[in-house]
Design a protein around this ligand. Structure first.
Ligand code: GLU
Length: 293
């Protein structure tokens, strides 16, 4: 599925990974659970457990009691979380990380339920307690840290551009007034491109498959998001390529509800274990290519 050529083109990207797992990519954690969202919102009745989390540590207790981890993942993002149209399974790097966490926390990777999130719905679904955590190509940002607890960095990407081969756009410098840039609602990609190319016309879609379809239909000049996601699109259609150097840092973290610091600690311990026991390396090689370690 992933060709040698593709792997070579990802070389610089993969080099960056070395820093992630060696600790250089670690991001400071948010401090204790001072700012828990108020419990008892109307949506709390849709919680996977049917009970209301009361504060620090309760989500972890609830997961253990329930015996199942409910994880919000992408269904539209090849390599990270993509619903297979034939078999119906959801597959990718984030999915395998989710299963490995279920194994660490509950002793069985099958003790998991996956629910679809998009970039826009993922934090509201966490707040509504429809999911215990988000593992969905989600960048750790200061703004988002006000809303959720993040794990340590588990993957490092950078924003880039996807174009049809032969496009005059070769890098972000080629985005001019009137250039139509396609992106997905609720992503850092939208915020970043508006900041870096304020003259561009940004068209926002609900998910990555819709954005890619729009690019293929000629509705835009380029699609922008994390290079890791764009490589997945390249693998879906060889007429498209990633151009230019990444122009942002997008360190991915697992997001948990604000204040759930016990769960956050458990997830970080589990991630460390996956790195030391070789499970992370296997997942990395399966979906991305040559392992960073
Ligand atoms: N990593 C970026 C973000 O969290 C872009 C990918 C996505 O939309 O999930 O917004």
């Amino acid at each position: 599925m992933i060709t040698k050529k593709w792997m070579v083109s990802c070389f610089a990207f993969m080099l960056a990974m070395v820093f992630v797992l060696s600790g250089c990519g670690k991001t400071a954690q948010t401090g204790g659970g001072a700012a828990s969202a108020p419990a008892g919102s109307p949506a709390a009745s849709s919680a996977p457990s049917g009970t209301t989390a009361a504060g620090g540590g309760s989500a972890l207790d609830e997961i253990k009691k329930r015996g199942k981890l409910v994880v919000g993942v992408k269904y539209d993002t090849k390599l990270f979380g993509l619903k297979n149209p034939t078999g119906g399974e959801v597959e990718g790097f984030d999915i395998d990380i989710a299963k490995a966490l279920a194994k660490e926390i509950l002793g069985d990777e099958k003790k998991i339920e996956l629910k679809e999130v998009t970039s826009k719905t993922r934090i509201p679904m966490l707040d509504n307690k429809e999911i215990d955590m988000i593992i969905a190509t989600m960048t750790i940002t200061d703004e988002r840290k006000k809303q959720v607890e993040f794990s340590d960095v588990y993957f490092k990407a950078g924003q880039s551009l996807l174009v049809k081969k032969g496009s005059p756009i070769k890098s972000i410098a080629d985005i001019k007034k009137g250039t139509k840039v396609l992106a997905v609602k609720g992503s850092t990609s939208v915020i970043n491109i508006k900041a870096k190319s304020p003259d561009a016309t940004v068209l926002e879609f609900d998910n990555y498959q819709d954005a890619f379809s729009a690019l293929k239909a000629g509705q835009g000049d380029t699609l922008t998001t994390d290079n890791a996601i764009l490589y997945g699109m390249m693998a879906q259609d060889k007429n498209y390529e990633v151009v230019g150097e990444p122009f942002t840092d997008e360190p991915y973290g697992i997001a948990m509800k604000k204040g759930e610091t016990a769960l956050q600690g458990t997830v970080n311990e589990a991630l460390k274990k996956l790195q030391s026991n070789g499970a992370y390396k296997k997942i990395y090689e399966k979906w991305i290519g040559q392992s960073p370690s």
